[in-house]
Design a protein around this ligand. Structure first.
Ligand code: BEZ
Length: 216
């Protein structure tokens, strides 16, 4: 069967060998047992991308604290990446602690669905978060003119990990939801017995809309 031309949430991250600023790596094997976040950018030495790299580097330790490694990507030469990170070190007083894929022939970008020809040349701004088993848990695309919100990406990663660990769901704007604050949501019942058991329960707006406090 032909490979699909992009990846979707829930699928395994496809195996591939990549060339990076920290040497060759086989993905997703290189990060096995840890989360990883792969983010692509349209081009080195561009202003929005530079602000994004600055922010991902500043927040690197928060990703690490969540057991998540970072890896950048663009359709550029490794030499360009090296020169750019050197420039950031010298001019912005930041070091980029994670590897960046040099996808010179756009093979990785094509396989992962980062090429959106109408949006522009090169890869779009995308984020893929992969769990410790190598399964894709989240995919985001951002337009060329809007830099990513790294704090929001951290929030999503935290929320996904908590939802998985406690088998719950996270409300909008967690942990500052307008209805239930930092509480979490229970999965709605799947049968009549479950529905009946939830009726009249404290902590429910209705049998299908229940929330609870947990220790994160
Ligand atoms: C930027 O990151 O600033 C940028 C990237 C691609 C095209 C134009 C600007």
């Amino acid at each position: 069967m032909d490979e699909p031309d992009f990846v979707r949430m829930g699928e395994m991250f496809p195996e591939m060998t990549v060339r990076t600023t920290q040497g060759k790596m086989v993905l997703p094997t290189h990060f096995k047992g840890r989360w990883f976040l792969l983010f692509s950018h349209p081009a080195d030495f561009t202003p929005v991308c530079t602000t994004e790299f600055y922010s991902f580097s500043k927040h690197y330790h928060e990703f690490q604290a969540l057991g998540c490694d970072l890896i950048g990507h663009s359709v550029d030469f490794v030499f360009g990446h090296l020169k750019w990170i050197e420039w950031m070190e010298e001019n912005l007083d930041i070091s980029v602690p994670f590897p960046i894929i040099a996808d010179t022939y756009a093979k990785v970008a094509t396989r992962l669905g980062f090429i959106h020809p109408v949006e522009g040349v090169g890869a779009v701004r995308s984020v893929i978060i992969v769990d410790p088993e190598g399964r894709i848990k989240l995919i985001l695309y951002y337009p060329q003119r809007v830099g990513r919100n790294v704090k929001e990406i951290l929030r999503m990663l935290k929320a996904m990990q908590i939802a998985e660990r406690h088998d719950v769901a996270m409300p909008a704007n967690w942990p500052e939801n307008e209805l239930i604050g930092d509480e979490v949501l229970l999965e709605p019942p799947k049968d009549v017995e479950g529905m009946t058991a939830r009726k009249g329960v404290k902590g429910c707006y209705d049998w299908w809309f229940c929330h609870k406090k947990i220790d994160y």
